[in-house]
Design a protein around this ligand. Structure first.
Ligand code: TYM
Length: 329
């Protein structure tokens, strides 16, 4: 049995990238493994230190998590800031994280480039907090998308370094996980790059069918192949990649063949893709709307999760304190 941990920032609604990159894998794992899922509201402060509606965002993401299929009877689902032990482990791990290695992480460099006026220490130590989240429950597997690969590498490094520094075999080295061969990157529909909240190119699980159709119909393509079997451009490949996930293999093959024979009509491809996305999102969207208005249920779920997560966290903190040498007088 694996110990599984994963999380999502509370800065926006769930999009197809979150769902297919990470969440769907968690959901498949929850029946057979010990799973912890949380909403990373501390992390959200690294980029949005004064959020307009922190609580509302957390609540919405919680409803979306549950609607997508996380079962609070099987998995522990909680809010990061409900487990203050994570802040203590973060503090302790910060003592074995080096500024140089943190400055070199790609996501830090990206954030600095995008927002040079808010290069705060929390942003720099983002991977340390993430490592604390993960090793707090001594995770062995972490279902995440490709964009988190480097953060996971850091988590393994901090776990290993802790063991070496204190001469113990205490923390596991958590592995990133996907049921397929490798971690996935769901592309955006704007021609290049990944689908993301900050990229503003997301299709959200909460989007209604009309919005989805509009977004897909506006997706960037090219002027179309003119030579049979020509290589597929990135923007069109992105549509095929999403189609591979939401459509049947026959549908995908049909459009690939049309591309190869230069008969493809991107309008038809997009129409089909939008329909297939809507098929995936509609049942989830209906559940989100239902759950978001059920405050009593959400409260119950969060309390149950907090209790279970804190029990696991308290055990880790107690042992880590002993290992480092803190003792009661
Ligand atoms: P976040 O909130 O950006 O995204 C949550 C999860 O969704 C995945 N994801 C994607 N996967 C494939 N294609 C995409 N286009 C795409 N966009 C997002 C992410 O890889 C992630 O798995 N730092 C994390 C949150 C976090 C965390 C953790 C995750 C904090 N502590 C501990 C795992 C374990 C983040 O910002 O994810």
């Amino acid at each position: 049995m694996e110990r599984v941990v994963s999380g999502i920032r509370s800065t926006g609604n769930l999009h197809l990238g979150n769902y297919f990159g990470a969440l769907k894998n968690f959901i498949k794992m929850q029946d057979e493994n010990e799973c912890f899922f949380f909403i990373a509201d501390y992390h959200s402060l690294t980029t949005h230190p004064t959020p307009e509606n922190l609580h509302g965002n957390v609540r919405q993401v919680l409803a979306e998590y549950l609607a997508a299929g996380i079962d609070p009877e099987k998995a522990t689902i909680y809010v990061q800031s409900d487990v203050p032990e994570v802040a203590e482990l973060y503090l302790l791990l910060n003592m074995n994280a080096y500024v140089g290695e943190l400055e070199r992480t790609t996501s830090f460099k990206d954030k600095v480039r995008k927002n040079p006026n808010n290069v705060n220490a929390g942003l720099l130590t983002y991977p340390v907090l993430m490592a604390a989240d993960i090793i707090m429950h001594n995770a062995t597997k972490v279902p995440v998308g490709k964009d988190q690969e480097q953060n996971l590498e850091m988590a393994r490094k901090f776990a290993r370094r802790f063991n070496n520094m204190y001469n113990v075999e205490y923390f596991n080295e958590p592995e990133p996980f996907n049921f397929g061969e490798s971690l996935v990157k769901i592309p955006g529909l704007d021609g290049t790059g990944k689908m993301g909240k900050s990229e503003g190119n997301g299709i959200y699980l909460i989007d209604d069918p009309k919005v989805i159709k509009k977004k897909v119909m506006k997706a960037v393509t090219d002027s179309g192949p003119t030579v049979p079997n020509s290589p597929v451009t990135e923007s069109v490949q992105n549509l095929f990649t999403i189609m591979e996930i939401v459509s049947t293999p026959d549908t995908l093959q049909y459009f690939k063949d049309k591309y190869a024979s230069c008969e493809i009509r991107y309008g038809d491809l997009k129409k089909q893709l939008a329909e297939d996305i809507v098929k995936v999102t509609t049942p989830i969207r209906e559940k989100i709307l239902d759950l978001a208005s059920n405050g009593e249920y959400l409260r119950k779920v969060v309390k149950l999760g907090e209790d279970k997560a804190r029990e696991s966290a308290a055990k880790t903190i107690k042992e880590v304190r002993e290992i480092i040498g803190f003792k009661p007088f």
